[in-house]
Ligand binder design. Structure first.
Ligand code: DAH
Length: 339
């Protein structure tokens, strides 16, 4: 009993040094001196102490109780003194803290994440390619002739060494097929650059998402099914889409895809959202020549490709009237999109 009392006092005195707030001091008090406290538990054992030792053990018990009580009192005044000092210095730590502003994901990041996650669930893998490209990857391999207007100096940013800033992410199709044998099923989100005048619907640096699926017997039906599913997942299960014949040098046949959307408070209307088509055999021939093999021979594989502008997708999803909002980083605009 004597040993236990001494040990209890020693532990209590060392524990109290770590106590640094009123509530934890009260916890400490209850743990030792409370009705179910450690010291109280020990004192109830007094009955078992032989009569001749009772007075010395009793004295020790009082000593322990006084020791702990006065340590508590000292701590209490120390804590109060610290509080007073802070208050004197103009700091009141009992006031609730100022909330820290938390960030959110940029609307472009949100659109990109959604699009990528839908397409990844359909088996598309992520692919990347450089933003500084060769003319061959950006145009020639994609069956775009030297006199095509997109290749003009006034449309494309050229470097003096002949390289350029890619005008679309379609160049990643070429790089992927050079590196991997079929089947390939990839998406390539990334920046593209054009010498456009900046206005409410144009930026000179913007984002696209490219898709490519090449394997034996890929058909137009596969393309339609993929895109229908994609837009239903994005805009809701009843979303209607339509294919309008178009021309792209690297696909044949080619289409623009319109989606029927109902902007807030307006009548439904068809909105053009992407370009797509069946990979032109001329593209496969360019790939075969550069790979020096025949795995992409147009007799062996077919494929579909599509490309869409991501800013446009974000603008439609939220009814953003001006594309420039997306690059201005005005918190009054951006905070509307944080969850
Ligand atoms: N590269 C085209 C553009 O920037 C979009 C596009 C159209 C991509 C058709 C494709 C495609 O892959 O098949 O306007």
């Amino acid at each position: 009993m004597e040993q236990e009392l001494k040990a209890l006092l020693a532990t209590a005195l060392s524990e109290i040094t770590a106590v640094s707030s009123e509530p934890s001091l009260e916890d400490f008090r209850l743990r030792y001196l409370g009705k179910k406290g450690l010291l109280t538990a020990l004192s109830s054992k007094m009955r078992e102490v032989p009569a001749d030792q009772r007075s010395s053990v009793g004295a020790l018990l009082n000593e322990a109780r006084d020791g702990i009580s006065s340590a508590i009192d000292q701590k209490k005044s120390a804590l109060q003194a610290a509080l007073d000092a802070l208050q004197a210095a103009g700091l009141d730590i009992t006031l609730p803290g100022r909330p820290l502003p938390t960030g959110g994901l940029h609307p472009m990041t949100q659109v990109l994440d959604r699009a990528v996650s839908i397409l990844r669930r359909m088996g598309f893998a992520l692919a990347t390619g450089p933003e500084v490209e060769t003319e061959w990857h950006c145009f020639d391999a994609l069956n775009t002739p030297a006199d095509h207007p997109a290749r003009n100096e006034s449309d494309t940013f050229y470097f003096s060494n002949g390289l350029l800033l890619r005008t679309h992410t379609s160049s990643v199709q070429v790089r992927t097929m050079q590196q991997q044998a079929p089947p390939v099923r990839i998406i390539a989100p990334g920046s593209a650059f054009r010498r456009d005048e900046i206005d409410a619907t144009h930026l000179s640096a913007f984002n696209q998402l490219e898709g490519l699926y090449v394997a034996p017997n890929v058909s137009l039906a596969d393309l339609k099914g993929t895109l229908s599913h994609f837009f239903r997942a994005l805009f809701g299960p009843n979303t209607e889409i339509r294919f309008r014949p178009h021309f792209f040098p690297f696909t044949e046949p080619s289409y623009e895809v319109d989606v029927k959307l109902t902007p807030k408070g307006q009548a439904p209307r068809w909105v053009e959202l992407l370009g797509c088509g069946m990979v032109d055999p001329a593209v496969f021939e360019a790939i075969c020549n550069s790979r020096n093999d025949e795995v992409y021979h147009p007799d062996r594989v077919t494929g579909f490709a599509f490309g869409m502008g991501l800013e446009r997708l974000a603008m439609l999803q939220w009814g953003i009237p001006d594309i420039r909002h997306l690059i201005e980083n005005d918190v009054r605009f951006l905070s509307q999109f944080s969850a």
